[in-house]
Design a protein around this ligand. Structure first.
Ligand code: BEZ
Ligand code: MG
Length: 874
């Protein structure tokens, strides 16, 4: 609990942002490192007054929250009522009960059993399938809902009991609105299992509504969303809630960034209900939003093991031929034949053309193929989903430990791993200790006990967030994630590596285009920076020729320019688009980046050596504005808003042409953050800067998240790529800085999608591991397909063969099609329809037979969803 230090109570109440950058860092981010939870402003100074006063509403809420924690601890276990919240996003996609990296129903089943063993009054269905069926089926079909209807809240009740009704009605019309309702009542989805209620969080409400997606700012939750949380708090009267996996929408509802008031939606919705949140250990940044905006205590869970992608089918055959080529004598008479075989095999897996024909002299082509095959075989991929309550078996542990070794630059075989785990062998003692500790902790379930302790109202100890490979200290999981100390970011190490990576980007662009870019667009996320001590921030500084400035306590205080004679190249103009999460988590860094751009713009240096000054001077002269305004380069959302919404448009399919995607992006992301850290709408300046951008770029920091795993990469990087294309009139290269292995590597977007398609979605090792988790596995496959189309829509840089092979693997293969349809009818129908949509939008051109087969399969899958098929029932 803290007071306001650098603003008055009135300023805080009326402002959109909440805490100032320094307040957010000192009062919230630093205490989190010690495990503090539920940050609360309880007072401050009033305008003109000199003494501190309490804010009665906040102090009251704080007292209520503490009271609820005390009573949670005191309530006998048998009497406790616990609500579990699952997510159903996107709606109608077979996505209910999915979460990042988590086998949700298996984890839930284990958790309920563990609770029963502790003495909770919970009726656990016999099997995972039974549990899923009770929640997802039940009376769902009767009501046309995604899950069982467990309760109804009548319109009259909402009118009588929702204190914020007028705000919701202003945004969504008269109660009960249009979402999750039969026109009279609002439905609460979920099912009761004794004194545990498992509910499904309603959707945001504006998915699929292009007009609303264009709003710059959020407005209010839907009637269904507000009613759901009010019902949990008051009608069901839960003693605690568990948000089950990464992540839902509650904490992204409109309101201040940090330092919530009683007018902020996440705070209103969660009220004083103790809030526990199972959260992926590798996502500290979005986790922080949940902690700061919805008073959640995080309980981290492990992400799935990563393993080498390996080779399959045609790729494995090709490798055999490449090996033969390597062993063959140079003068062997059959060398020409082998070259042609290799070419044919490569063409069959879309790695070569058949024209012109290769012969015995095809050394370069074969060498190129060999390098590609090695990359495919050794690329790390995540393997399956994590299940809470099921600690890693010995084989999985070996995969984790091998990856940890690789992260430290050491290749480990099984014998070396076994020796290290036994405290023997000849590895460096530090690495051996890391492996031994990891092996021990991975073999235990530390997550369920943490959840049980949380439900007793106990303290959850803090832990850094990150990937196991980079940060083995995330073990044991089951702890409350925190970020890196923001005063110390970017670190000296990050600055060193950032300069290196920025150099690689410029080199690659020079090689591809023959010139240094004058302007680049860089996407910055919170996650990547928290995991790397600020690596991507350091890249931005390095491109501009700037360096962080720290005060005498070692706290970040701003940016300084690196003199040109040390930089040895021009200052590159960098337009930075921040995720809303970055903006919330790293306000000091947001301001520092703005200061770097400003200082570069006012530096008296020649145009040819300083592209920022060159462009800012020209813009200022043309539009008659100050250099300070012309030098604004840091853009993000309006206060309290997140994302560009391009992902929601793509998912819904409710868009006509690609320019709409560009407009949505710029409407959402045109808020410039300058020296005072406050956003100002600057659409004209953003457009003008985008028109000069020559390449767009983002880093990839984690094996678990590829550019086709989640829809955020095309939402941010794809979105800006499309916005640049619209502003310029032509497409620009889009690059990914893959920092997940070794020294890092810059790829084009097309190369990255190719790599992920081959190593993940088309790779039996990847999809079979997903399908072991049934229903949710199919949804993850569908997400890859949709995200792939997101890249076509935003960049046009996906090779058509990707769609062809996905079609063959998942839709045209009858056995596979039926398997997917049985596991998750909605998600499989969505795969077929998405492939057809990609064709209709001209991202690939299947031949007539393929198209016909796809259409038929699509119809058959739709029938299956509607239940008219006679396939075996689920
Ligand atoms: C972020 O960490 O900034 C972020 C995470 C997920 C999606 C988008 C942004
Ligand atoms: Mg997210």
């Amino acid at each position: 609990a803290h007071a306001l230090e650098f603003q008055t109570l009135q300023e805080w109440r009326s402002g959109g942002r909440g805490l100032s950058p320094v307040e957010a860092t000192m009062m919230v981010a630093i205490p989190e490192i010690d495990g503090a939870t539920g940050p609360m402003v309880y007072g401050g100074r009033t305008n003109g007054g000199r003494s501190m006063q309490s804010d009665a509403e906040r102090a009251g809420r704080l007292a209520d929250r503490i009271g609820r924690l005390v009573s949670l601890r005191k309530t006998p276990i048998r009497d406790r009522k616990v609500a579990v919240v699952l997510y159903g996003f996107p709606p109608n996609a077979g996505a209910v009960g999915t979460a990042a990296h988590l086998g949700v129903f298996e984890s839930l089943h284990n958790t309920l059993n563990a609770m029963a063993a502790e003495g909770y009054d919970v009726d656990v269905p016999d099997t995972v399938d039974d549990l899923r069926r009770v929640i997802l089926k039940g009376n769902a079909e009767v009501h046309g809902q995604q899950a069982n209807v467990a309760a109804r809240v009548t319109a009259d009740e909402i009118v009588a009991r929702d204190p914020y009704l007028s705000e919701v009605e202003a945004a969504w019309g008269p109660v009960p609105g249009k979402h999750q309702t039969d026109g009279r009542d609002v439905f609460v989805l979920g099912a009761h299992f004794g004194k545990v209620f498992v509910g499904v969080q309603p959707a945001f409400g504006y998915e699929g509504d292009p007009m609303r997606l264009l709003f710059e700012q959020g407005f209010a939750p839907t009637h269904a969303f507000a009613a759901f949380y009010r019902w949990l708090r008051q009608d069901y009267a839960a003693d605690a809630v568990i948000h089950f996996g990464t992540h839902g929408a509650l904490e992204f509802m409109p309101g201040k960034q940090a330092g919530m008031s009683g007018a902020c939606w996440p705070d209103r919705l969660i009220g004083d209900l103790p809030n526990y949140y199972l959260y992926a250990a590798n996502n500290p940044s979005e986790g922080m939003i949940a902690k700061r905006r919805s008073a959640a205590t995080l309980i981290s869970y492990l992400t799935p093991p990563v393993a080498h992608a390996g080779l399959y089918k045609g790729l494995a055959e090709l490798k055999t031929s490449l090996d033969r080529w390597r062993q063959m004598e140079a003068e062997d008479a059959t060398r020409g034949d082998l070259a042609q075989l290799i070419q044919t095999q490569a063409a069959a897996v879309d790695l070569a053309d058949l024209d012109p024909l290769w012969d015995a002299t095809a050394h370069d082509q074969v060498a190129g193929l060999s390098a590609k095959i090695v990359e495919l075989e050794y690329t790390l991929i995540p393997h399956g989903l994590h299940v809470i309550g099921a600690p890693a078996g010995s084989e999985e542990r070996r995969d984790y430990l091998r990856a940890i070794g690789e992260g430290q630059g050491v290749a480990l075989d099984d014998a070396a791993i076994a020796a290290a785990c036994a405290g023997k062998g000849d590895l460096a003692p530090e690495l051996r200790a890391i492996l031994q500790r990891a092996d021990q902790l991975l073999s235990e379930d530390t997550e369920t006990p943490a959840l049980i302790a949380a439900l007793d109202g106990r303290f959850i100890p803090p832990a850094p967030g990150g990937d196991l490979i980079r940060t083995p200290d995330i073990l044991p999981t089951g702890r409350n994630l925190h970020g890196f100390d923001p005063f110390r970011l970017p670190s000296a190490f990050a600055m060193q590596d950032g300069a290196k990576q920025a150099g690689k980007l410029l080199e690659r662009h020079l090689a591809d285009s023959g010139a240094l870019p004058e302007t680049v667009a860089l996407v910055l996320w919170g996650t990547d920076n928290l995991k790397t001590e600020g690596g991507p921030i350091a890249q931005a500084l390095s491109l501009m020729g700037a360096t962080p400035r720290f005060d005498s306590y070692g706290r970040l205080a701003g940016a300084d320019l690196v003199p040109l004679d040390q930089l040895n190249r021009p200052r590159i103009d960098v337009v930075m688009t921040l995720s809303g999460i970055f903006r919330d988590l790293l306000p000091l860094q947001t301001r520092m980046l703005a200061e770097a751009a400003f200082k570069a713009a006012i530096a008296e240096e020649p145009d040819a050596q300083n592209f920022i000054a060159k462009h800012a001077r020209a813009y200022a002269a043309l539009h008659d504005v100050s250099l300070e305004e012309a030098a604004l380069r840091v853009f993000s959302n309006a206060d309290g808003a997140y994302g560009s919404n391009v992902n929601l448009l793509i998912d819904s399919g409710a868009w006509a042409d690609e320019d709409e995607l560009a407009d949505t992006f710029t409407t959402r992301k045109c808020f410039a953050y300058g020296l005072n850290g406050k956003p100002v709408r600057q659409e004209g300046l953003l457009q003008s800067t985008l028109a000069g951008v020559e390449l767009a770029y983002q880093n990839l920091e984690s094996v678990e998240l590829g550019v086709t795993t989640v829809d955020h990469y095309f939402d941010t990087l794809g979105g800006i790529g499309r916005a640049v294309k619209k502003a310029r009139g032509d497409a620009i290269p889009v690059y990914i800085g893959d920092q997940t292995a070794g020294e890092g590597k810059v790829r084009t977007l097309s190369e990255q999608v190719d790599l992920e398609a081959r190593t993940r979605v088309l790779n039996p090792k990847w999809y079979e591991a997903m399908l072991e988790h049934g229903h949710e596995g199919v949804r993850h496959i569908e997400a890859h397909v949709t995200n792939t189309m997101g890249w076509s829509a935003t960049t046009g840089q996906v090779q058509p063969w990707v769609y062809q092979r996905i079609s063959e693997t998942f839709v045209l293969d009858e056995e596979m099609r039926r398997r997917l349809a049985t596991l998750n009818p909605r998600a499989s129908a969505k795969v077929a329809n998405r492939l057809l949509e990609a064709h209709e939008r001209n991202y690939w051109a299947p031949d007539d037979a393929t198209l016909e087969a796809l259409r038929q399969a699509g119809d058959e899958l739709e029938d299956h969803v509607e239940g008219v098929s006679n396939w075996a029932a689920e």
